[in-house]
Design a binder for this molecule. Sequence first.
Ligand code: MF3
Ligand code: CO
Length: 249
Amino acid sequence: MIRVKSEAELQNMSVACRAVAAVLNEVKDIVREGANARDIEDFVLAKFREMNVKPAFKGYRGYKYATCVSVNEEVLHGAPLRSKVFARGDLVSIDVGAVYDSYYGDGAITYVVGDVDEVGKRLMETGQKALERAISVVKDGVRVGDISYAIQSFVESNGFNVIRDYVGHGIGRQLHEEPEIPNYGKPGTGVKLSSGMTLAIEVMICEGDWQVSTLDDGWTVVMTDGKRSVHFEHTILVTDDGVRVLTQF
Ligand code: MF3
Ligand code: CO
């Protein structure tokens, strides 16, 4: 059984999620031509300290950083290295998690450096809208497959593909809880959601084929065909008639 969260638990999650939302919003000023991924890491570490939350990813399964910064064909788990210098047209995905009093928040967003070509623009819009659509179907009683289908059908009808090897997830007392939330699936299938559950819905979509590979660093996930990918994620609370987006900014 998937546990629903108490008010006290939700309060802690809200603190973690507000910190995630704040950094995801404010990093947009750092994602500029000539800046690098370490600038994002440094900013997030400082901001989290100021907001009295801890980075959730640092130390998770041996991951060394607070942020994942994944550029263009990198899908996720990219390290925030100084050598990753942003150039005009880059699609920079920033994934970040926070913990407050043992409760987690998780979110991701993709920003463009300057401006990007037409396809890149459409990929961005499709990812963003797919997350909005996914969130809009959630309420007490819907199934995980309803979320998955909302994402997949919208993304594929726009000529793009969804990543299959990585999924959204329940979240709360741990970064990853049940259920898994794939970006593909059939309506009316899967776990039934109820009011009080908290989920991280992660839309990960790509320009080309959905196959991914992991680089020799053991972490960075890239598109095997080298085409671009974007990532949009919110932590939400399921309610009787909809959701509360905990990482909204
Ligand atoms: N948002 C991702 C996840 O939920 C990133 C976490 S992986 C980490 O699942 F290792 F970097 F922490
Ligand atoms: Co996540």
